[in-house]
Design a protein around this ligand. Structure first.
Ligand code: E4P
Length: 229
């Protein structure tokens, strides 16, 4: 399963990319607004930090302008995925950009019917928003299960299921069990995934016992090698 980071915060991206666990980045207009920084410059910087797909979203709502914006965004770097909303104009734009060899991430997907349309439009990624569905007492993960099953039934579909609007590690685990291709995680969720109290407790006990031995792996001479001399 691939992990994308769902943020436009360059410092967070740099920090998490250093773990070697980040395969890409997703941004959206709200995340960009949060940074207060220039959109194009920020996307350019992110695309240099992370070699994998970096989603940058169009902000027009009509096909002709979306297409122009999409081409402009795609020119920023080779690893840009142009993000378009799941509207008739968005899917028309998806089809045109995909035809030009540009990766497209279709966003704001809330139904299996919409996901079928995105696949037909040649999307590289479909982004179903699980957290926002959970927020209205709908079944976010149920939607992922449905889309994964539908896409699997048609081996010709190349669109990857990108689980978005992730709220916690459990969403990621459930998505992995279902075989979703990608999850885009807020930085806090990726950090939460490392955490377990028994890991902390176990490590503290190992370190305390190690201290009692008075040894140091890097500082000590190799006893066996010395005896063989
Ligand atoms: C995905 O690409 C979106 O940026 C994101 O996952 C939206 O999540 P939210 O519902 O937490 O805003």
């Amino acid at each position: 399963m691939k992990f994308f980071i769902d943020t436009a915060d360059v410092n967070e991206i740099r920090d998490l990319a250093a773990t070697g666990l980040v395969d890409g980045v997703t941004t959206n207009p709200s995340l960009v607004a949060k940074t207060g920084k220039d959109f194009i410059a920020t996307v350019r910087e992110i695309a240099k930090i992370v070699p994998g797909p970096v989603s940058a979203e169009v902000t027009a709502t009509d096909h002709a302008t979306m297409l122009k914006e999409g081409h402009k965004l795609a020119k920023i770097a080779k690893n840009i995925a142009v993000k378009v909303p799941l509207t008739p104009d968005g899917l028309k734009t998806c089809k045109a950009l995909s035809g030009d060899g540009i990766m497209v991430n279709v966003t704001l997907c809330f139904s299996a019917a919409q996901a079928i349309l995105a696949a037909k439009a040649g999307a590289a990624f479909i982004s179903p928003f699980v957290g926002r569905l959970d927020d209205i007492a709908a079944d976010g993960m149920g939607l992922i299960r449905e889309i994964v099953a539908i896409y699997k039934a048609y081996p010709g579909i190349r669109t990857e299921v990108l689980v978005a609007s992730v709220r916690g590690p459990l969403h990621v685990v459930e998505a992995a069990k279902m075989g979703a291709h990608v999850a885009t995680l807020p930085p806090s969720v990726l950090r939460q995934m490392f955490a377990h109290p028994l890991t902390d407790k176990g490590l503290a006990a190992f370190l305390a016992d190690w201290k009692k031995t008075g040894q140091s792996i890097l500082g000590a001479e190799d006893g066996a090698a010395k005896a063989a001399e």
